[in-house]
Design a protein around this ligand. Structure first.
Ligand code: FES
Ligand code: FES
Length: 884
């Protein structure tokens, strides 16, 4: 039964019908106030904040019927007659956003807050979560801090300048269009019935009651599909992952696995229909411990005969890596000191605020169209074509604005069932995951146990390193093998040592799959290595930074670890020494500051870590670009590169403008659309600037070359010659021969409350050797956002499982990502070294910023309390237990 509600929204009268259970959030979005964002629907994130009679409320918790007679203000109503409020102006000026998904809520909340000082502001803002920025520019925006001018050392006319992100005005006014903000007429909604069992065979699915529910258009099970194994991982073909996943299967492998899909007129009907489906299961034994799973005495999770590429199905091994250089046993014999420890790293979630969401439909000639929040539109197109046996050219995949991804959207998780539903019903279909699904049915960072043994001489020279990593890759093997590769390859590659060995296993268990996540396995390996190096320094009485500098790789070193097809075997530019110097100098004030005034229950500590990460994947990460001079004298850049919210579209326009010698406003850009842009492997592996940027630069150089052949061209008169030269365009293609290395050094200062075990990060100083900062402000944003993510990894974040592998904390209330009050002001040094391979000397910067934070914090805690914590997160309970 629908009821009429009369209310004003942004000073306009509205009369709308809604059912009693409708939230104000849904009412507003259904009436096209899409600046109000749906993230948690539980009052935990603040993204849906609006004002009701001038008071901030979470619209997801506010019943729509209660807004009868009320005055509602949304972000769209803040600017009067197009004039931004001072706070909107300040967010724009300071770029207090990246993806912008949190921004409307931030601005609406902050507009009503009062505070005396920054600490109070950070506390007051705790109800508004941001996963991208590390809150630094958000706080600057609200405080109206004087803007620091950030420019590169290698500044050109366009590159090296902090040119504002192109979508800033749309973001601060709520006009930015994300995937779910525009729906085709006749849209149906898809929901998935998920398994309550960790491991079971489906004997029968009773769909009759669901099918006859009014409003239901289809109920789809494994009986409705052509069975083809594939991987959800968005990797270049040939994929390195096992093909072990099916659209829908007759077996479930974790609590939350897909059982059936319902397509209905509304989300509510689809959810209700899911409840009407009955399933007969044959319960199978399950395993959630990777050590047990690989023993060979346990269950076999992938016993289907048609899956391929599984390393050892009897031992549940999705993948395994063995790397060796020298003779580690001999190395240990030569060692003066050997330290050996085990490190436990938890599964953690990406927690991008925009959920996975896809909308599919058929165009006028029957082609499949998919708008999706994806990091990999071209890989998605290829996988869909394989699943449905359709020619690629009959499938178009494109994206709108994205609200973050961090690797979790390098997976094909929603597009496949949407397309199945569209093909079955002929109707447009949307699937937007709930926050609970995000936490329980997508991917996590791989949980790992890492055993690390290191031998050194008395002077700290490394002589042998042996690492063994056991990674829980969950129910499917997407990314398992490649993640586990980087776990050993990166930290062992970072240090000179004659004898090294690494063994890594990606082990299937009956838990939610693990997948790609910023840092991609290097994060876990770096934690183990950097923590152990600190212990070694302590035991030898050496300075921890000097121990690292003594052993760290130098230019000219080749990172060979027993494989001939290494992706990262090149140091292009190298400014690690300067990074060390910057961090050392900055941390001196913390070292010098006295702890005298501290309460006796509190201890301060300082810790460091170093890391490296490749830029893209050499030889296999391909990008193309097309650039043309348009009739209006502007240039149109077409690139398949994906801006996940970081601002890479702006950086790519800067590169183009620099080559052509024009202002950035002369460059228009179309991105990430398989029908309208050339191929690009997508946004992952810190590749966007290094690979796509180089492709864009090459296209611009070609076009400039072409222009010089036109007699009337004088070097600047594009607008004059454009109308006569409409076919002027250039295309390029680029796959790097080598993946140059980005480096980072980080220092942190922590305060430990020895009575409660609570750790507070007081300072973070990070120096990043990033080649050239094409857009310094965007690069700093990557660093602050990556550091905040690292603080969460270190101190609070962990997906908790029960003995069935069921996740126990699937919400932002139970799974705590850092708030503004949990992170310090972060100091970031962009150390530039002009890489010889990247465009204008740039290297990848997307992932490196996360790797150092957790080990630096662990080392700082050890420095404070004398106990090394080797398990993350370092919760108060764990710290306290370590103390007593
Ligand atoms: S969506 Fe309302 S608080 Fe998160
Ligand atoms: S900018 Fe805050 S969540 Fe992306």
């Amino acid at each position: 039964m629908n009821l009429e509600v009369n209310l004003t929204i942004n000073n306009q009268d509205h009369s709308v019908n809604c059912s009693p259970g409708t939230s104000l959030l849904s009412l507003l979005r259904e009436n096209n106030f899409c600046g109000v964002h749906r993230v948690c629907e539980a009052g935990d994130c603040g993204a849906c904040t609006v004002w009701v009679d001038e008071v901030s409320v979470h619209s997801c918790l506010y019943p729509a019927l209660r807004s009868q007679g009320k005055s509602i203000t949304t972000i769209e109503g803040l600017a009067e007659a197009g004039k931004l409020t001072p706070l909107q102006e300040s967010f724009l000026e300071h770029q207090g956003f990246q993806c912008g998904f949190c921004t409307p809520g931030m601005i609406m909340s902050a507009s009503k807050l009062t505070w005396e000082n920054e600490a109070e502001l950070r506390l007051a803002l705790k109800g508004n979560l941001c996963r991208c920025t590390g809150y630094q520019t958000i706080i600057d925006s609200i405080l109206g801090r004087e803007l620091k001018l950030l420019t590169s050392e290698f500044v050109g006319e366009q590159i090296g300048k902090s040119i504002p992100k192109q979508d800033g005005v749309a973001i601060v006014t709520g006009e930015a269009v994300y995937t779910g903000d525009f729906v085709p007429p006749g849209l149906l909604h898809l929901r998935v019935l998920r398994s309550p069992h960790p491991h079971a065979r489906i004997i029968k699915i009773h769909t009759e009651n669901a099918k006859i529910l009014p409003g239901v258009h289809a109920v789809l099970t494994h009986e409705d599909i052509v069975r083809r194994p594939y991987t959800t991982a968005g990797h270049a073909d040939p994929v390195p992952d096992p093909l072990d996943h099916y659209l829908l299967d007759n077996k479930v492998r974790f609590v939350g696995d897909r059982v059936a899909a319902v397509v209905a007129e509304s989300v509510a009907i689809a959810n209700f229909a899911c409840e009407l489906i009955e399933v007969d299961y044959e319960i199978l034994p399950h395993v959630i411990d990777p050590i047990v799973a690989m023993s060979g005495e346990s269950v076999v999770i992938h016993d289907e005969p048609d899956s391929t590429g599984i390393c050892d199905r009897q031992h549940n091994l999705a993948g395994q890596i063995n790397l060796i250089a020298g003779d580690v046993q001999r190395g240990f014999q030569e060692a003066y000191l050997i330290v050996e420890n085990a490190y436990d790293l938890p599964p953690v979630q990406h927690a991008h605020l925009e959920p996975h969401i896809s909308i599919s439909w058929l165009d006028e000639i029957g082609n499949v169209v998919v708008r999706s929040s994806t990091q990999v539109p071209f890989h998605c197109q290829r996988i869909l074509s394989e699943i449905f046996d359709l020619p690629r050219e009959n499938i178009r995949v494109f994206k709108a604005n994205m609200g973050g991804g961090f690797g979790n959207k390098q997976e094909i998780l929603t597009e496949d069932l949407c397309v199945l539903a569209t093909l079955k019903t002929g109707r447009p279909v949307q699937w937007e995951m709930s926050r609970q699904e995000e936490f329980t049915c997508t991917n996590s960072r791989h949980a790992m146990t890492i055993n690390l043994k290191t031998g050194v001489k008395q002077d700290g020279t490394l002589v042998a390193i042996e690492m063994v990593a056991t990674a829980n890759t969950g129910a499917y093997g997407n990314h398992g093998q490649t993640v586990v590769f980087l776990t050993g390859y990166i930290p062992l590659g970072l240090y000179r040592c004659p004898h090294k060995s690494y063994q890594g296993w990606a082990v299937y268990t009956n838990t939610m799959p693990a997948g790609a996540f910023r840092g991609y396995g290097a994060t876990q390996g770096t934690f183990a290595m950097e923590c152990q190096l600190d212990e070694i320094a302590n035991k030898l009485g050496l300075d921890p930074l000097e121990l690292r500098q003594k052993n760290i790789i130098k230019p000219g070193d080749i990172l060979k670890l027993g494989r001939s097809d290494d992706h990262f075997n090149l140091i292009g530019s190298y400014a690690l020494d300067e990074c060390f110097a910057k961090v050392k100098a900055a941390m001196k004030s913390s070292l010098d500051s006295s702890s005298d005034n501290l309460e006796s229950t509190h201890k301060k500590g300082i810790g460091y870590a170093v890391s490296m990460q490749g830029s893209g994947l050499s030889k296999i990460h391909l990008a193309k670009a097309k650039l043309s001079l348009e009739k209006n004298g502007k240039f149109l850049l077409r690139t398949g590169a994906v801006d996940v919210g970081t601002g890479s579209d702006t950086s790519l326009r800067q590169v183009t403008a620099e080559v052509l010698g024009v202002g950035i406003e002369e460059i228009e850009i179309v991105t990430a659309d398989t029908a309208n842009t050339p191929f690009d492997a997508g946004s992952y592996a810190s590749a966007t600037m290094y690979i796509s940027g180089q492709a864009v630069k090459l296209a611009a150089e070609k076009l400039r070359e072409l222009l010089t052949t036109i007699p009337e061209f004088n070097g600047t008169n594009y607008k004059e010659i454009a109308p006569q030269n409409l076919s002027l365009s250039a295309e390029s293609e680029y796959a790097a021969e080598e993946s140059t290395l980005t480096f980072a050094v980080q220092g942190v200062e922590v305060l430990v409350d020895t009575q409660t075990g609570k750790v507070e990060v007081l300072r973070s100083v990070q120096a990043i050797d990033l080649g050239t900062a094409i857009n310094p402000r965007i690069c700093v944003g990557q660093a602050t956002g990556g550091t905040a993510m690292g603080i969460g990894y270190a101190l609070t974040e962990e997906l908790l499982f029960d003995d069935q592998g069921k996740i126990l904390n699937p919400s932002f209330r139970g799974y705590r990502i850092p708030t503004a009050a949990d992170v310090p002001t972060m100091e970031v040094f962009l150390v530039e070294s002009q890489d010889p391979y990247g465009p204008f000397g740039a290297k990848g910067v997307g992932e490196i910023t996360t790797n150092c934070t957790a080990p630096a914090i662990s080392n700082a805690v050890a420095n404070a309390i004398g106990v090394h914590l080797r398990q993350l997160p370092m919760t108060p309970e764990r710290v306290w237990k370590a103390l007593y």
